[in-house]
Design a protein around this ligand. Structure first.
Ligand code: GLU
Length: 500
């Protein structure tokens, strides 16, 4: 079925997958779901020098965490196995040979020293060296050399690469789904290496060959690949294949919006730019991950979806399924997307409130009895950004106040408040039913009987018990502290508050 949509995420396992890569995977996934197509995961690991152990597993784990599940590819299999390019390396040679036979590619024997010397000599004359239609005729390759000499060099085992013979004159043009028409003159494109001297294909050859074989209809990838796209179009033309539709996604920008988001920004800003925690196998350096920082997968997905795309409506909260329904390439922005960490936190707060409180209690307050854990979760859920803050909140809650909020005392601590607290202190010991309604009733009763308004006393009572002028529901808090503790905290405060 060549007509149906087939897209792929094709990362190279050269380190931790950047969060921008996760966004690319997500957009591919959403597009496939929306169009009723297939989403493939291909691992592009032909560059042995840049291979990092653990990086492929990290990609798989990150996608699995977020539920961005491939329909075909590494880890799931499919009709075009293998999906790891290092396991397909024998295949690419035949395609390079086809281009050689058709005169669309050529052998080049220049050593790296010779090319370095060439670069230096161009630079000394103030220009940049390009291996192209102008220079190739003077270099050591099968275009400039006599056929017999070429044969002899190959027969004697001289190392060579295979280069694409980029047409001298012409224009490459294609219509990108996001950037619209892109025009490039072929004179600005190098005769790129397709096969390296170690017999491995370069990214360009392997990428184009695999996209063709795997019947990819749309290439949705980061903007950093836009400069390679004209070369890829030339390769499709050289093979006589139909090129896929390209869509180059906008860059992720620093939170302030000036320049590309980097790992350094993340380190300085204390926020993650990786989906999961990553330990660099070479240096042992650990980088923060969204998952370990306490971002929920729903929040992470929603945040990533909005980095460069919007539904065109006011709705902000979208499940993965809803995203797939609403998604379209047309609504992706051309301009870079600011990596607004505050927005990620906002999403997390929203999704946290939708979590099952019992499950949160079990996971994040495991040492508390279930009912207590649940009460604490309800008390703090709308006051935290990350679930692991629950334990801190509980510890803070359980610690007796050592200081009392000055500003509140200055404005609210007066004769009425003082009398009110005294009455409450006297009434509390005889409260039989120590639960929110019972406590509230007792406080209300004693204040009313003595003609003091609740409003004059309640914030001072909160300061007396917790130290702070604001906080979670006071009656539930009192229940959780327990009767004896509340009585003791209140008398300690009364002893410490200034006389009025
Ligand atoms: N292997 C490339 C990468 O690491 C793939 C680029 C593409 O999608 O064509 O991003």
């Amino acid at each position: 079925m060549t007509d149906s949509v087939r897209v792929r995420f094709a990362p190279s396992p050269t380190g931790a997958l950047h969060i921008g890569g996760v966004r690319t995977a997500l957009y591919n996934y959403l597009f496939a779901r929306k169009m009723g197509g297939k989403f493939l995961l291909r691992i592009e690991d032909t560059d042995q020098a840049r291979f990092v152990p653990g990086a492929e597993q990290y990609i798989l784990d990150s996608l699995a965490w977020l539920g961005i599940s491939p329909d075909e590819g590494v880890g799931v299999g499919g009709p075009h196995e293998p999906y790891r390019q290092s396991e397909r390396k024998d295949l690419y040679k035949a395609y390079a040979d086809q281009l050689l036979a058709d005169g669309k590619a050529y052998y080049a024997f220049d050593t790296s020293e010779e090319l370095d010397a060439m670069r230096a000599s161009f630079e000394s004359q103030g220009s940049a060296f390009q291996y192209n239609s102008l220079t190739r005729v003077k270099l050591k390759n099968s275009i400039a050399l006599a056929p017999a000499e070429v044969e002899q060099l190959i027969a004697s085992g001289t190392p060579y690469v295979i280069r694409l013979k980029v047409p001298a004159k012409g224009e490459v043009r294609f219509q990108d789904s996001i950037r619209d028409w892109v025009h490039v003159h072929t004179s600005s494109i190098d005769d790129k290496v397709l096969m390296k001297s170690d017999g491995m294909p370069t990214y360009h050859l392997a990428n184009v060959v695999d996209d063709h074989i795997m019947e990819i209809t749309h290439v949705i990838r980061g903007e950093e690949w836009l400069p390679s796209a004209p070369l890829h179009i030339l390769l499709y033309q050289a093979f006589g294949w139909k090129a896929p539709q390209f869509a180059h996604l906008p860059l992720l920008l620093k939170p302030e919006g000036n320049g590309k988001l980097s790992k350094r920004d993340a380190d300085l800003g204390g926020f993650p730019v990786f989906p999961m925690e990553w330990t660099d196998p070479a240096t042992g350096a650990v980088s923060k991950g969204f998952k370990q920082e306490g971002y929920l997968k729903e929040a992470t997905l929603n945040f990533l979806a909005f980095l460069g795309w919007n539904p065109g409506t006011e709705q902000e909260m979208f499940s993965l399924t809803e995203l797939a329904e609403a998604f379209s390439l047309e609504r992706i922005n051309k301009a870079g997307a600011k990596f607004d960490v505050k927005k990620a936190q906002w999403f997390n707060e929203q999704y946290l409130k939708l979590q099952d409180p019992a499950a949160l209690a079990k996971e994040y307050l495991p040492s508390l009895p279930a009912d207590q854990g649940l009460s604490f979760v309800s008390l703090f859920l709308d006051r935290i950004t990350f679930p692991q803050e629950l334990a801190d909140k509980v510890a803070e809650f359980k610690a007796r106040p050592s200081v009392y909020e000055e500003a509140v005392l200055a404005s609210k601590w007066n004769a009425d408040a003082a009398t009110g607290l005294q009455f409450i202190a006297q009434a509390l010991p005889s409260v039989d039913s120590w639960e929110p309604e019972g406590i509230k009733h007792a406080i209300h009763e004693v204040l009313e009987a003595n003609g003091i308004k609740m409003g004059k006393v309640m914030q001072i009572l909160r300061v007396a018990l917790s130290g702070n002028g604001a906080g979670p529901d006071l009656m539930i808090s009192m229940q959780l502290w327990g009767k004896q503790e509340v009585i003791e905290r209140l008398s300690a405060a009364l002893a410490k508050f200034p006389t009025v």
